[in-house]
Design a binder for this molecule. Structure first.
Ligand code: NAD
Length: 356
């Protein structure tokens, strides 16, 4: 076999070095902060984005959790995220809600791009502080409100806006979850650390796409009632809400963590004058125990003059769409669709309903 001459070798290795260097600097270096139940969902998406991001470390004060999440993505474990901030340009924060504010502000002040799990914070003051830190940092700050980024919800919005079903006048969301085991975690069971009950913690999954579709809500129009369906937590485990958009559209959310047996995870219905659009997302296994491995079926159907299935896929609780948007925003210096101000509107709506 022939050998490369010395100058060819030098040129080739120089080229390789340039490629490797470019590749390495183009990749974001990311730290995961919080390695609990939801971390494997983030890991799954980050693995899919391995051409754009390298996960350098995974931090959690619980050493077994940090080790397990770090090992699942070839990163190293840390007990304290602060020890790793100098090695990354981006952090992914998924910690208990009372820690969203101090950790997000700390990371923004350290000049990192931040993806923060929902909700932005427990109070408007905490949210304002995070927004101010994000503005000062001039880095990308996004709250992980995943549903508006999904193909199904994008298509639902497009179908409404196409006008083909007539004017929208009602939005109705139902989330039916069996989270009896999940809610035994200490911070989830206390209002002070969760921020409220199910309406505060989880109904924003439906409120965010509803506000994205419906526009401005009439201030003060949101009312909610909550109850306890047997889940051991201080805040309500089940909640109904109603509110009205400036456009005249009325909306309702129904949500329980106390479902005796969840079959359809969520159902979002948009009723228009000439047709009804129904979006369902159904776990095909046991979400609580299977976590990120659970298989899903998502369907969007239209009924009216012509009944048809508009979408049928397996997107479920996959967060690849939100993650892709986050890295696109960093790379193009664009404000994320769910930035701090958008995420603040959701907790403002929820807290106004609690205050009534
Ligand atoms: N988008 C969704 O569908 C979805 C689903 C579940 C949870 N979440 C969100 O994800 C976040 C985490 O929820 P979870 O279910 O994984 O909770 P969890 O209790 O299972 O995990 C939280 C982890 O954070 C760790 N932690 C505490 N203090 C820390 C610190 N200073 N540094 C690093 N880690 C620390 C805890 O030890 C724990 O392992 C919450 O904001 C929650 O609302 C989102």
């Amino acid at each position: 076999m022939g050998r490369l001459c010395e100058s060819c070798f030098d040129q080739l290795s120089g080229l390789l070095a340039v490629i490797c260097y470019t590749y390495a600097v183009d990749k974001h270096k990311l730290g995961i902060i919080g390695c609990g139940w939801f971390a494997p969902f983030h890991v799954k998406a980050l693995r899919q984005l391995s051409d754009r991001v390298e996960v350098v470390w995974a931090a959690d004060p619980n050493p077994a959790r940090a080790a397990s999440v770090a090992a699942s993505i070839g990163a190293h474990p840390l007990a304290d995220y602060r020890a790793g901030l100098g090695d990354v340009d981006t952090v992914d924060i998924l910690v208990p809600h009372h820690l969203h504010h101090p950790i997000a502000v700390d990371c923004l002040n350290a000049g990192k791009h931040v993806l923060l799990e929902k909700p932005i914070a427990r109070t408007l003051n905490e949210a304002d502080d995070i927004i101010a830190a994000a503005d000062r940092s001039v880095k990308t700050f996004m709250v992980a409100l995943p549903h508006r980024y999904r193909p199904s919800i994008k298509l639902l919005k497009q179908a409404i806006e196409s006008g083909g079903y007539g004017r929208l006048f009602m939005l109705d969301a139902m989330m039916d979850e069996s989270l009896q085991a999940y809610t035994t975690v200490d911070w989830i069971s206390h209002k002070a650390t969760l921020g409220g009950g199910v309406f505060f913690s989880s109904s924003p999954h439906m409120l965010d796409p509803m506000l994205w579709i419906g526009g401005d809500v009439i201030p003060g129009s949101c009312a909610m009632v909550g109850t306890h369906g047997g889940v051991s937590m201080e805040g309500e485990d089940s909640a109904f809400s109603v509110f009205k958009f400036s456009s005249g559209v009325i909306a309702t959310t129904r949500h329980t963590w106390a479902s005796p047996r969840s079959q359809t995870w969520y159902t979002l219905i948009a009723t228009c004058e000439r047709g009804r659009l129904t979006l369902t997302t159904t776990p095909l296994g046991d979400l609580a125990s299977e976590g990120a491995h659970c298989a899903w079926r998502t369907r969007l159907s239209a009924s009216g003059a012509n009944d048809q299935v508009l979408l049928d896929n397996d997107e479920g609780l996959d967060i690849i769409y939100e993650m892709t948007h986050f890295f696109d925003c960093i790379d193009t210096n664009t404000i994320p669709a769910t930035d701090g101000r958008t995420a603040r509107q959701i907790i403002e709506l929820v807290l106004s309903a609690y205050a009534k």
